[in-house]
Ligand binder design. Structure first.
Ligand SMILES: [Zn+2]
Ligand SMILES: [Zn+2]
Length: 153
């Protein structure tokens, strides 16, 4: 069941919207809420544009709102960011390791397709590489449900 929900979510979000989620994720580390002005500044858009995007993401269940303080990621929002980060890092690690493509290019390519990679493909890449914990940038690769996690049990 969670698998199905995960796929559903990814189909309903645009590249821009996921960009917002990642920004909120970054801004909110260790904090309860992020103000829309802050999000607007980080995204380089006007406050009105940011507010509209935040409202859309709230309507899609990706955000939680705290009155007078701002927004934070909902559980579904966190799951989506996690999925996209995992896709990015598994893909770039694979491309870098096996296809002799330099890291900068691998990262750039990953950024363009990170939203659309099917779970089966990412898990398969992860499996072939022996479930690496870090990408070549030395960032942690989120564990995959039924992939790295299943293995540890
Ligand atoms: Zn990267
Ligand atoms: Zn894995």
């Amino acid at each position: 069941m969670p698998k199905f929900r995960e796929r559903n979510i990814s189909r309903t979000l645009t590249v821009k919207e996921v960009e917002y989620l990642k920004t909120i994720f970054r801004l909110s580390s260790g904090r309860k809420a992020v103000g829309s002005l802050e999000v607007a500044e980080a995204m380089g858009v006007s406050c009105a544009t940011a507010s509209e995007a935040l409202k859309r993401l709230y309507d899609k269940g990706m955000l939680e709102r705290t009155p007078w303080r701002g927004v934070n990621l909902s559980e579904a929002g966190i799951r989506e960011v996690d999925r996209v980060i995992r896709n990015h890092r598994v893909f770039e690690t694979y491309v870098y390791r096996f296809l002799s493509i330099n890291l900068e290019e691998a990262c750039d390519c990953a950024r363009r397709i990170e939203l659309y990679l099917p779970k089966e493909v990412v898990d398969s890449m992860c499996n072939i590489m022996g479930h690496p914990e870090k990408c070549p940038h030395n960032e942690c690769i989120p564990r995959g449900e039924g992939c790295c996690l299943k293995r540890q049990q």
